[in-house]
Design a protein around this ligand. Structure first.
Ligand code: GLU
Length: 478
């Protein structure tokens, strides 16, 4: 299996590199070897080849769905549309989903899908045909369903594809009352949840903010607490990278570097994220952005720029043994899955760089997917039952306070205080709480185990403990 990692001269694949991180953490847990092997292994791998008629000719499409762990069901994880898709990559990404769900207490096993195509080479109609056929293959083999396996968007796919998959599912399984829960990341009109689109990027922001709020940890890095004024660079302006950059900027960070496939742009005084996106949309490239002081044709240049926080938000293995020594950031927030190789990890630990690991930091997407799935199973929008009730209760409380004190609250304060939660408010609040609680679980493990010197190993220990206990409680079938 050729993988990107082998292409840059490593001896092991992406899946094996996840296994290496797991093996580093395993000695800090209490489980016997066999159970650890079971936790690591991919439970089901479905490799498919199906025909689709493209411009009058039959094209054979290579695709996958991997269910890494059945310790909790359904399995959960996105579907990647990319020419880089191969079995090893999908296995690695599915395994990361298992650890990710455990990290943020989302009660799912890990899964991942992949379709080996470059979506840019196909028309919308062709993509719909490929997607619907892929969905039909999953349905035939019971690899999709609200209680078995629930896909979502990933690199190269989005709301539109999820809508096609749901429609294929409901036409092949008519009458299933919970059908909408067979997939997440759907358009709102098809049962999606408000806040899902920006969830991964917003989760990245919440996670880095939580790390930066700890005065002791920041002192060790020689930095001030808080996000305000931090110099942030983001590699990749897809859904995750864009939203992460946007929320950092909204909260007072200075976006000093951004990159897309065609190259990198810089400005130590700050780039305006929305203006850069507008420029990309209008001219086809971020390199035409007038507000940059420096522009280069290498996407990877952004990784080495002078910044405080670096957010790789594209694909795996972008920071390896070769460029890790050149990284200037003191904090790396892994918005992508697997952006660092194990060599890079070791080099950065020695340099004293804090790496906030993917299995925690980009878990906002699956967290809000969980909220979407719950919404679909309960068949009611968040906030529908309580919004008005809470508004009335808050208004009554304000009126009581006003009459007791003889003072009156301003109209602006009144509307802020009385506001009952909408769906998006509840989703953001659930996501924020998840990211704060999960970070502190990982930090506590790192603090309490003196031999652990990185957050990734601590996050793996945390995840393995939860999955291991869940296996032990299930009992292993004789
Ligand atoms: N593809 C996303 C991830 O890697 C989201 C998965 C999901 O929502 O199920 O985490």
């Amino acid at each position: 299996m050729a993988t990107k990692k082998q292409a840059v001269g490593h001896e092991y694949s992406f899946f094996q590199s996840v296994e290496r991180s797991f093996d580093k953490a395993a000695p800090f847990t209490k489980y016997e070897k066999g159970l650890l092997e079971q936790i690591k292994a991919c439970n089901s791998v479905y490799q498919m080849r199906f025909p689709v008629k493209i411009k009058g000719e039959v094209k054979v499409i290579e695709a996958y769905r991997v269910q890494h762990s059945h310790h909790k069901l359904p399995c959960k994880g996105g579907i990647r549309y990319s020419l880089g898709v191969n079995q090893d990559e999908v296995m690695a990404l599915a395994s990361l989903m298992t650890y990710k769900c455990a990290t943020v207490n989302v009660p799912f096993g890990g899964g991942k899908g992949g379709i080996k195509i470059d979506p840019k080479q196909y028309t919308e109609e062709e993509l719909e045909r490929i997607t619907r056929r892929y969905a039909a293959e999953l349905i035939k083999k019971n690899f999709i369903g609200p209680g078995t396996d629930v896909p979502a968007p990933d690199y190269g796919s989005g709301e539109r594809e999820m809508g096609w998959i749901l429609d294929t599912y409901t036409s092949m399984r008519p009458g299933e009352i919970d059908a909408a829960g067979c997939i997440t990341g759907k358009p709102i009109a098809q049962g999606g949840v408000r806040g899902r689109k920006e969830a991964t990027g917003l989760g990245v922001f919440y996670g880095v903010r939580e790390m930066c709020s700890n005065a002791d940890d920041m002192k060790k890095l020689g930095m001030n607490t808080g996000i305000e004024g931090k110099r942030v660079a983001v590699q990749g302006l897809g859904n995750v990278g864009y939203h992460a950059a946007y929320f950092f900027q909204q909260n007072g960070a200075i976006i000093v570097g951004l990159s897309e496939m065609e190259g990198s742009i810089f400005n130590p005084k700050g780039l305006d994220v929305d203006a850069v996106m507008k420029c990309k949309k209008e001219t086809g490239s971020i390199l035409n952005y007038k507000g940059a002081t420096k522009t280069t044709k290498k996407a990877s240049d952004v990784l080495e720029c002078d910044c405080d926080v670096l957010i790789p938000a594209a694909l795996e293995n972008v920071i390896d043994g070769a460029n890790a020594p050149k990284i200037k950031a003191k904090i790396i927030g892994e918005a992508a899955n697997g952006p660092l190789t194990p060599e890079a990890d070791e080099i950065l630990i020695k340099k004293g760089v804090v790496v906030i690991p993917d299995m925690y930091l980009n878990a906002g997407g699956v967290t809000v997917s969980y909220f979407e799935w719950l919404k679909n199973l309960s068949h009611v929008r968040y906030g529908r039952m309580e919004k008005r009730f809470q508004e009335n209760a808050h208004t009554n409380m304000l009126s009581a306070v006003e009459s007791l004190t003889g003072k009156s609250v301003s109209a602006a304060d009144r509307s802020r205080i009385a506001h009952g939660p909408d769906e998006v408010d509840l989703v953001y609040s659930g996501l924020e709480d998840t990211m704060i609680v999960s970070y502190n679980e990982i930090r506590e493990i790192k603090k309490s185990m003196k031999k652990i010197n990185d957050l990734r190993t601590a996050a793996f220990v945390n995840a393995i403990n939860k999955i291991g206990d869940s296996y032990l409680q299930l009992g292993i079938f004789p």
